[in-house]
Design a protein around this ligand. Structure first.
Ligand SMILES: NC(=O)c1ccc[n+]([C@@H]2O[C@H](COP(=O)([O-])OP(=O)(O)OC[C@H]3O[C@@H](n4cnc5c(N)ncnc54)[C@H](O)[C@@H]3O)[C@@H](O)[C@H]2O)c1
Length: 391
C-alpha cells in the first residue's frame, strides 16, 4: 500500500482520469491518503463539487489545497512545493501540470524523496530527462511517465505479436490524432501558442511513443510541417501539423495532428494507427481505429449520434457502492502505482528499478528518452519550415 499520494494540478486530466483512478485504488486498499494541490482554491472546489466523482465514490476521501474557503481566486503557484515537502518520504507525487512546468515539479518531488508519476511528456528536453533520471537513480526512486495508450490491450497485443515477428518488419505507416475544434475555445488558447508547442509536439507524441513501444525501434530523424492558425483570442498556434518520422531501420511514419475534428462529429476525437510491414516475402498490416470501438449509439435526450469508447475510461456499476472506473486510463495509473510499491518493497531497489527500465512496459526517463529527443527535434524542424532534423 502507498500511504500518501499527492496530485499536483487539478485540471482536465486530474478530473477525467487521475483522481478517479486513485480513488478506486483507495477503495481497493492500495492507496491511503490522497491530496490534490491546485493553483487556485476554486479548482479544488470544482473537483470537490463534481457530481460524477461524488456519485462514483460516496466514501472516497481526499484533501484539497489551497483551502477552498479562503481566497479561492488567489493563485498559489508555489503551494505544491510546501505540500510535497511536508509528505512523509518515499510516497508518491503525481504531476498533472502543463508541460513546461513538469521539470521543476518533478525535481521538487524527487528532492522531497517521493516517487513520481508524471503525465506525458515528461519534460521538453533530453537534458532535463537525463537530470531527472540521474537524480531518481541516486535516490532509488521510481519515475514513470503516463503514456496510457500503452495500457490499451490492443497496444499490448500488437507489441507482443510484433516482437514475436508475426507482422514482419515495419516499413511505412500513418498515425492520425485530431482533437475537436472546440479545444481552441478552451484554456488551450492561453498556452497552445507558437512559442510553446504545436499539434505534433502535444498530440503526436502519443503515436511516436506507441510505435516505439510496439516495435522496439527508435526514431532517428523528424521533419514537421506546421500551419499557423489564429486562436479565438487572436494569438497564433501551430494548430495543424504533418510530421514525418524516420526510424532506425529506415521505416517512415507519417503523423497528422490538429485541433480540427468537427464538433458535430461523433466521439471526442478521431485517431488511429496503420502500419505496413514486410516479412518472408509477404505484406504485414496492423490497423487500429482508436476512436471507433464498434459502438453506435443514438440518444433521444439530447438527440445525438455517438460512438463512445468503452476502452479508455468509463464508470460502470459492478454492484456494491458507487461506480467503478474501468479502462486503460485506470489500468495505466494502477500499473504505475504498483511499480512504486514494487520498488519500495524490493530487497534491492536499484535492481528493481533497472528491471522496470528493461521490461519497457512502463515509460521511464531511461527507456523512453526518444520522446524528449523527438520533441526537441520537432520544435527545431517546425520553426525551420519542416527541415529534417536528426533525433
Ligand atoms: N492523453 C494524455 O496523456 C493527456 C491528456 C490530457 C493532458 N495530458 C497532460 O496533462 C497535463 C495537464 O493537462 P490538462 O489537460 O489537465 O491541463 P489543464 O490546463 O486542464 O490543467 C492543468 C492544471 O494545472 C494547474 N496548475 C498550473 N500551474 C500550477 C501550479 N504551480 N500549482 C498547482 N497547479 C498548477 C492549472 O491551474 C490547471 O488546473 C499536460 O502536461 C498534458 O500534456 C495528457
Amino acid at each position: 500500500m502507498i500511504q500518501h499520494v499527492t496530485i499536483v494540478g487539478g485540471g482536465m486530466i486530474t478530473h477525467d482520469q487521475i483522481l478517479p483512478s486513485l480513488l478506486q485504488l483507495q477503495r481497493l486498499g492500495a492507496v491511503g491518503e490522497i491530496a490534490v494541490c491546485a493553483r487556485h482554491g476554486r479548482t479544488v472546489r470544482e473537483l470537490a463539487d463534481n457530481e460524477q466523482i461524488r456519485r462514483a465514490f460516496p466514501h472516497g476521501h481526499w484533501r484539497g489545497y489551497p483551502d477552498t474557503a479562503a481566497n479561492a481566486d488567489r493563485p498559489q503557484p508555489e503551494l505544491y512545493k510546501e505540500v510535497v515537502a511536508g509528505m512523509p518520504p518515499r510516497n508518491v507525487v503525481v504531476i498533472a501540470l502543463p508541460d513546461q512546468a513538469h521539470f521543476e515539479a518533478v525535481m521538487a518531488a524527487l528532492a522531497a524523496n517521493q516517487h513520481v508519476i508524471c503525465v506525458k511528456p515528461l519534460v521538453l528536453t533530453a537534458a532535463h530527462a537525463a537530470t531527472i533520471e540521474a537524480e531518481a537513480s541516486r535516490r532509488q526512486l521510481f519515475v514513470g511517465i503516463e503514456y496510457h495508450k500503452r495500457f490499451d490491450d490492443r497496444s499490448l497485443m500488437a507489441r507482443q505479436r510484433y516482437r514475436a515477428r508475426s507482422f514482419g518488419e515495419f516499413r511505412l505507416g500513418t498515425a492520425v490524432l485530431m482533437e475537436k475544434w472546440y479545444y481552441r475555445h478552451s484554456r488551450f488558447q492561453d498556452w497552445f501558442t507558437v512559442e510553446n508547442t504545436d499539434a505534433f509536439t502535444y498530440i503526436g507524441c502519443h503515436y511516436v511513443d506507441l510505435v516505439a513501444f510496439i516495435t522496439g525501434l527508435e526514431p532517428a530523424r523528424v521533419s514537421v510541417y506546421g500551419i499557423r492558425d489564429r486562436l479565438p483570442n487572436g494569438r497564433e498556434g501551430w494548430l495543424w501539423t504533418d510530421a514525418r518520422v524516420i526510424w532506425t531501420n529506415g521505416a517512415c511514419l507519417n503523423v497528422q495532428n490538429s485541433l480540427s475534428f468537427p464538433d458535430a462529429a461523433p466521439g471526442s476525437n478521431t485517431q488511429g494507427l496503420t502500419m505496413y510491414c514486410s516479412g518472408n516475402d509477404r505484406g504485414g498490416l496492423l490497423r487500429h481505429s482508436d476512436q471507433y470501438r464498434g459502438l453506435e449509439y443514438v440518444y433521444t435526450e439530447p438527440a445525438t449520434y455517438a460512438e463512445p469508447s468503452p476502452d479508455y475510461f468509463q464508470y460502470v456499476h459492478l454492484g456494491g457502492e458507487g461506480l467503478t472506473p474501468v479502462g486503460y486510463g485506470f489500468r495505466s495509473i494502477e500499473a504505475l502505482l504498483r511499480a512504486c510499491m514494487r520498488v519500495e518493497t524490493a530487497a534491492d531497489r536499484g535492481a528493481e528499478l533497472r528491471a522496470i527500465d528493461e521490461e519497457g512496459v512502463l515509460a521511464t526517463p531511461a527507456n523512453s528518452r526518444y520522446n524528449e529527443r523527438v520533441i526537441e527535434a520537432a520544435r527545431k524542424s517546425i520553426l525551420n519550415a519542416g527541415a529534417e532534423v536528426a533525433v
